[in-house]
Write a protein that binds this ligand. Sequence first.
Ligand code: HEM
Length: 288
Amino acid sequence: MLSLHGKHSVIISRIPVMQNGLGGVMTRHFPDFELTYCSSLQELTLLQLRRADVIIADIRAPDAIIKSEEERMKHFGDMAAYFRALWDRRSKESPKFDLVSMLAHSEVNKNMTPMEFLGTLTLLIVGGNDTTRNTMTAAVMGLNENPEQDALLRSKPELIPALVAEAVRYHTPLMHMRRTTTADVELRGRKIAKGSKVVMWYISGNRDEERIEDPDSFRIDRNKPRQHIGFGSGVHRCVGERVAELQLRILWEEILTRDMRFEVLGQPKRLYSHLIRGLLTLPVRIIN
Ligand code: HEM
């Protein structure tokens, strides 16, 4: 079994170097979600990112990859069947270091209802996939727009964790979540009645000038880089936070080890969504 470092190395080494218009390389060719879910590269290719794309697709988008909810349900069915087979395989095998194996062997999760099973996997796919891959692209963009930060990173690789935190804050790949209030509350003079549906805009909080100094700048030398709400807060705070940070840290360690540089050649193509701040493609030239 390859270590995470090993898996990232394999994927990075597959990227064609000095090729223009690498649409989607950063967003599509680093399927990080699978790196933690599966024990083999073969499975990694089987669990196509398309599943996540379908789950979050807005069917009203001009370039939607699915055109109806029926189509989405068909994909859900295929996905459930795929994961059920993977789950069954994992539960029969001895425990392995991947999330499906850990869930399948855990006392709490091993007897989920079909709806709980599908809900859990859907959350893990979207939660663990779109967020992390978009943060990768966001870091490339942030460093390109701020060459002095890129130089700083290369002279001080110990700033990689701060780069990861800053990319999550600055980009905020998951822009909001909705909650229903369980009590009457007053917030900055506004009364919100019990039972109201409220939206928490993490993307706004992450640019709050009262809490974050110079919030509209991309800076990897902040005093407390992890003080942001890109992973949410409270009981539903992201369960994958540490996994995401680990993956992103390893990715940048591998990139710096190879002295790989990215030159952004044009504007990104953005995902049509109010939930995921997604970058579908970003043309880059990779230099090393
Ligand atoms: C940069 C990467 C990531 C970002 C920015 C991110 C962000 C978030 C946010 C904002 C929430 C909502 C928190 C709330 O409701 O208050 C969340 C929840 C969640 N995330 Fe992440 N996430 C990331 C990576 C991951 C990864 C790698 C996984 C799984 C391996 C994951 C799994 C989940 C799950 C299962 C939830 C639901 C937790 C719950 O409702 O109790 N996320 N994430």
